[in-house]
Design a protein around this ligand. Structure first.
Ligand SMILES: [Zn+2]
Ligand SMILES: [Zn+2]
Length: 145
């Protein structure tokens, strides 16, 4: 099910909803995203188990936990600014605040459609060896039969 962002006429700010895989953590984001980066750094490869992270960033949006806020754990890699918020039950990536007030929202945890296209690929100097020419691969709508 796709949920479209709700624009309230009063301030024209979008509201987005999101949740983790097990459904314990649910949240709402009020406001707009500033940028949307696909990060190919080695830390993001480890913490996503994939080619890159896909994170939305906002300095003005507000994060409101609707449920399960006490199930959210944040890990900061010692000696770095890399951190990740996730559900302690299912491990799904969840929004978190980096540094003072930069909100980072993993795009995949949103249940609302994201109106923004990714802004850029970043840290491509450390991208995985297998992460190239992926657009050319055969595509299946489900499992290959
Ligand atoms: Zn969960
Ligand atoms: Zn990264």
């Amino acid at each position: 099910m796709e949920i479209r962002p709700i624009k309230t006429k009063a301030d024209n700010k979008a509201t987005y909803f999101g949740s983790c895989l097990c459904g314990t953590a649910k949240f709402e984001i009020q406001g707009e995203f500033d940028c949307f980066y696909l990060c190919h750094c080695q830390h993001c490869q480890k913490d996503t188990g994939s080619a890159h992270a896909a994170n939305l960033f906002s300095q003005s949006a507000k994060l409101i936990w609707l449920s399960g806020s006490d199930s959210v754990t944040t890990f900061t890699l010692p000696g770095t600014r890399h951190n990740k918020s996730f559900c302690q039950f299912c491990g799904s990536a969840l929004p978190g605040t980096h540094d003072t007030d930069l909100l980072v929202i993993p795009a995949g945890c949103l249940d609302t459609d994201v109106c923004m296209s990714p802004t850029a690929h970043i840290f491509t100097s450390s991208k995985a060896d297998w992460d190239s020419g992926l657009e050319a691969l055969p595509k299946f709508k489900g499992l290959p039969s």
